[in-house]
Design a protein around this ligand. Structure first.
Ligand code: GAR
Length: 218
């Protein structure tokens, strides 16, 4: 691919979504390049994954800063240093304030392991299983000033069984995350995504791709 979007990925842990994105780029199905991976947790396994693929990494530990703004200033500085045009949150467990978002307006995306607006927040796979819902899934959305609240770009649905635990459901959802997130990043990278208020339009995407993309088609 000729033109590639520069993306900066923020993580806090395992980095399996990061891996799915790296794999998509290496398979040449995402028109992007990861210019930097930043973790707020020094021991995040995702940092090792990035290094294995020759991607620059940085640790910006929130505990080393006096407040959120100072932490976010360092994130912004690092992302700009690596010329990130899109910020991809992949299991990044800190809430970003308007201070950060103003630096990247409508240029921050997140993946959440539930069908928003149901089950925002933390430990949501267990909450969905305990609630007894029949379906859950994942949501990729633009990040705005609310928590897990911005315009929805794509959702994928999985069944929930009465025997599910948080772990079994999380595993089922994660498989969908790995399919949906790379696809959405490719859509954004190729200029297909348009936002009107809360509604997000994806040029050329089949209607069912907005719902539950089982077979990834880029
Ligand atoms: C994923 O399930 C992601 O949806 C979730 O954390 C996990 C990270 O896994 N994100 C959130 O809960 C954000 N609030 P990974 O590090 O293996 O990609």
């Amino acid at each position: 691919m000729n033109k590639r979007l520069n993306i900066g990925i923020l993580i806090s842990g395992r980095g399996s979504n990061l891996q799915a994105i790296i794999d998509g780029i290496e398979r040449d199905v995402i028109a992007a390049r990861v210019t930097v991976v930043i973790s707020n947790e020094p021991d995040a396994y995702g940092l090792t994954r990035a290094r294995t693929h020759g991607i620059p990494t940085r640790v910006v530990d929130h505990r080393s800063y006096r407040g959120r703004e100072a932490f976010e200033d360092q994130l912004i500085k690092t992302l700009k240093e690596f010329q990130a045009e899109l910020v991809v949150l992949a299991g990044f467990m800190r809430v970003l304030t308007p201070h950060f978002l103003q630096a990247f307006p409508l240029r921050v995306v997140n993946i959440h392991p539930a069908l928003l607006p149901a089950f925002p927040g933390l430990d949501v796979q267990r909450k969905a299983a305990d609630y007894g819902v029949r379906f859950s899934g994942c949501t990729v959305h633009f990040v705005d000033e609310g928590v897990d609240a911005g315009p929805i770009i794509a959702q994928a649905v999985v069944p929930v069984y009465p025997t599910d635990t948080g772990e079994t459901l999380a595993e089922r959802i994660l498989k969908m995350e790995h399919q949906v997130y790379p696809r959405v990043i490719h859509w954004i990278a190729t200029g297909k995504v348009r936002v009107e208020g809360r509604r997000v339009f994806v040029d050329g995407a089949k209607m069912d791709e907005h719902l539950s993309p089982i077979e990834p088609s880029f």
